[in-house]
Design a protein around this ligand. Structure first.
Ligand code: PGA
Length: 263
């Protein structure tokens, strides 16, 4: 796992956007996995800026979102469908037909989950998957105890997630109790993974998933098994890491090599 520590939220967002933009330029028909929550909002703002000011082209990009609340229509302002259109898709030249976000209001959610997995396969698999991390260590809605081999399915939300996410709703009772989510197995099949996290509130969980043991109690720790996972943190989220000096040394060495080789 490569750990990149940036000074603050803005620089974390810029760095994440540059990594994504680099992949889009390298492969214009990139299959890009996307995330919701407050963490990626800055990254999406930076991508919009790169599109508007530098012509970053999303016209051939295909996207797959990680998750959606069960029971919310895509028009509901709390839905992740609504979030993605208002925070990113409405502001870039994405082809609507290439956007995939699970639907929370389908008649048969189980069938919808199988269809979603099939669509990812048909697209040739995910090239780059963006992730946030929950206070309980979840990636997507893979709550503590999720199978490390899990696929897209319905998952009951953990109480900590319900409490954390209640800030987006008027009352905690309004937070849906179930969600459709890509599984850990689905996520681990992405070619590359980019996890972003910021703030002191994420410091404990970041130390656990990066430097602690692999455990289904912290589902993000599964990333330790991935061949190409990059984690971009701000100083606050990185504040409890023990091997910070090493991560910064790796970053400095990479910069030297990049300067020498021009890559
Ligand atoms: P947050 O959520 O970005 O709003 O902190 C992250 C997550 O739950 O994955």
């Amino acid at each position: 796992m490569e750990v990149i520590i940036e000074s603050d939220y803005n620089n974390m967002s810029k760095r994440a956007a540059l990594i994504i933009a680099g992949e889009v330029k390298r492969k214009p028909d990139l299959v890009l996995g996307l995330a919701t929550g407050s963490t990626p909002v800055g990254t999406y703002k930076e991508l919009i800026k790169l599109h508007k000011e530098e012509g970053l082209d999303f016209s051939k990009v295909t996207t797959f979102n990680l998750d959606e609340y069960i029971g919310l229509s895509p028009l509901n302002e709390q839905s992740y469908n609504y979030f993605m259109w208002s925070n990113l898709f409405n502001h870039i030249n994405i082809n609507r037909a290439n956007v995939h976000i699970p639907l929370g209001n389908v008649d048969d959610p189980d069938e919808h989950c199988s269809w979603y997995e099939e669509r990812i396969r048909q697209a040739g698999g995910i090239d780059l998957q963006l992730l946030g991390i929950g206070g309980d260590g979840h990636i997507a809605f893979n709550e503590p105890g999720s199978s490390m081999a899990s696929r897209t399915r319905i998952k009951a939300l953990d109480q900590q997630t319900i409490t954390d996410n209640s800030r987006f709703f008027e009352r905690e009772e309004e937070v849906p109790r179930f969600a459709i989510t890509m599984g850990i197995g689905t996520i681990l099949e992405a070619e590359k993974i980019l996890l972003i996290a910021n703030g002191k509130k994420k410091a404990d969980v970041c130390a656990k998933f990066i430097e602690g043991p692999i455990t289904s109690q912290i589902t993000s720790s599964a990333l330790q098994l991935h061949k190409h996972a990059v984690v971009v943190l701000d100083e606050d989220a990185a504040s409890k890491l023990e091997r910070k000096v090493y991560y910064n040394r790796v970053r400095d060495q990479k910069l030297i090599i990049e300067k020498k080789t021009g890559r």
